[in-house]
Write a protein of this length. Structure first.
Length: 170
């Protein structure tokens, strides 16, 4: 029988809390962390190239974050995730996002991807897990990450294109 190190549980809890906090910050403040740099780069460089590179990066980052959340849900939600439950419940029942949340919770894979594109892949994963606690299918995580990555980077690359065009004219 293996002897478990008494510091492994606290270390795992700290690591889970830190990673969950990082993912929550990234999920909630992705516009500041990724959107603003995409706008500035697209205004300065070729917007299509910025879109392509950023779409791959955002899709990969969201996929990794969603996969981690799905895998570590029970540990994360028991700790720091509980504090977000009231805020997420407000999002779930709010009038503005009522339809995308319904698509995420009850829709087909296509509607799940559309809801994720509108809200955020991380938020879609959390909203999907909240009612039942059941894992999100890896296919849905991939679809959500791709849909959000394409929509998010496309929107900000377009804004950067417009900004760059306006600056070049002026």
């Amino acid at each position: 029988m293996a002897v478990q190190n008494s510091t492994s549980a606290p270390r795992g809890t700290v690591r889970t809390t830190a990673m969950g906090t990082f993912i929550a910050i990234y999920g909630l403040f992705d516009t500041l962390l990724m959107g603003v740099p995409i706008v500035l780069l697209a205004a300065w460089l070729n917007p299509l190239l910025v879109f392509a590179v950023a779409a791959v990066g955002v899709t990969a980052a969201d996929g990794l974050c969603c996969t981690w959340l799905d895998r570590e849900w029970d540990r994360w939600f028991a700790g720091s995730g509980r504090r977000l439950e009231a805020k997420l419940e407000h999002v779930r029942t709010g009038r503005l996002l009522r339809h995308p949340v319904d698509w995420i919770e009850h829709g087909s894979d296509g509607k799940f991807a559309l809801g994720a594109a509108i809200t955020n892949a991380i938020i879609a994963t959390v909203i999907s897990r909240l009612p039942t606690g059941a894992p999100v299918a890896p296919r849905r995580i991939l679809l959500a990450s791709f849909a959000y990555g394409a929509f998010f980077t496309g929107l900000y690359a377009f804004v950067g294109f417009l900004l760059g065009s306006a600056l070049r004219v002026a």
